[in-house]
Design a protein around this ligand. Structure first.
Ligand code: MN
Length: 350
């Protein structure tokens, strides 16, 4: 296992914003001090709304906060604005029976306290009209908002690890369900500790390991695609062309860009393939997924060179993505096919 404490990964397009002088939490506080400050904000009559952008880390963190506040407030409601599409996440919510509501069905006036976890008020437009009392997150701190209680520690690999600290400081042992959610959250956000994480993430992870149900974790992890989605694998295998250790496949219309990611990651496991390019059409966009091992290669830079002038493109050394509105496609890219993808890439890769 490699523990990295430096560098931010961009986090799904969130973040990349400047670090302000305020609000930043005092990093020197102890877990107990943070917990007491948090608890001091809540009273018996409070009806608490926890707002998250639902991914495993946010969902698990929200469950943990609900546990922390269970006997301290009147009610805790978890709400999220996004549609949960990723099958692993759908399975997590189903298997762990996590009660959550869609944000647009919620009346803000019904709540006396509002909490944001694993995100910050400026990350989504629908968060901007909400005044938060508590923000706990591990993305780089952003400007333009304040809250009475802010705990942002961007060296953490997962917000779930921060919430484990709160639980432990409160002397609360998580239930199997909660521990399973938190354990899975840390796994996902640190990509099994391949991405940035702190020793605190590892300590939380080890602590949860003894409580979480590993069979449930596996069940959630293994539910990566729907049976209907196997057809896209068939298309990919039929379409794919390989030349100079580069693998290309254009899939045509896909139900979600996630499908392209799943297939690119799958094909990236083929031995002796240095680059994988998978493209498809979703809504009115061409989406291209780039994969390589990152060794003397830079997928992010290649994506930028190829598509930045006509769409959005970028990423990391080993993974990148480009999205181009179809109307921006030059004539030679109309009727996009695996051959087009090949031709285009060869122009930029010698
Ligand atoms: Mn997170």
């Amino acid at each position: 296992m490699v523990f990295m404490s430096e560098g931010d990964d961009g986090m799904n397009g969130k973040g990349n914003l400047e670090v302000p002088k305020k609000p930043v939490s005092n990093k020197k506080k102890s877990a107990k001090e943070r917990l007491l400050e948090l608890f001091a904000l809540f009273g018996k009559e409070d009806q608490v709304l926890v707002v998250i952008n639902a991914d495993p880390d946010a969902i698990a963190s929200a469950m943990a906060l609900k546990r922390l506040l269970r006997y301290r407030v009147k009610s805790v409601t978890i709400a999220y604005p996004n549609e949960i599409r990723r099958l692993n996440n759908v399975v997590m919510v189903d298997l762990l029976k996590i009660p959550m509501e869609r944000l647009h069905t919620i009346k803000g006036g019904d709540f006396t306290k509002k909490v944001m976890l694993d995100s910050q008020p400026c990350h989504l437009p629908c968060f901007e009209n909400i005044t938060f009392d508590v923000v706990i997150d591990h993305h780089p701190a952003t400007k333009g908002w304040v809250a009475p209680f802010v705990d942002i520690r961007k060296d953490f690999g997962a917000t779930a690890s921060m919430l484990v600290e709160y639980l432990r400081a409160a002397g609360l042992k998580p239930s199997v369900t909660l521990a399973t959610a938190l354990f899975y959250a840390i796994k996902v956000d640190t990509k099994n500790f391949e991405k940035k994480a702190t020793l605190a993430d590892a300590i939380s992870f080890r602590y949860l390991f003894n409580i979480a149900n590993q069979n449930l974790v596996r069940k959630i992890e293994q539910s990566s695609f729907r049976r209907s989605e196997l057809n896209y694998f068939k298309t990919a295998l039929n379409e794919m062309k390989v030349s100079k250790q580069r693998l290309y496949a254009h899939l045509g219309r896909v139900p979600s860009p996630d499908m392209l990611v799943l297939i690119a990651d799958f094909l990236n496991q083929v031995h002796d393939i240095a680059w994988v390019f998978v493209s498809g059409l979703h809504n009115d966009k061409l989406v291209v997924i780039f994969r390589c091992d990152g060794y003397k290669k830079n997928a992010g830079r290649l994506a930028e060179k190829m598509f930045q002038s006509i769409g959005s493109a970028g990423g990391h050394r080993e993974t990148a993505r480009a999205e181009v509105p179809l109307r921006n496609l030059p004539p030679e890219m109309q009727d996009f096919s695996t051959r087009t993808l090949m031709r285009l890439t060869t122009k930029y890769l010698r």
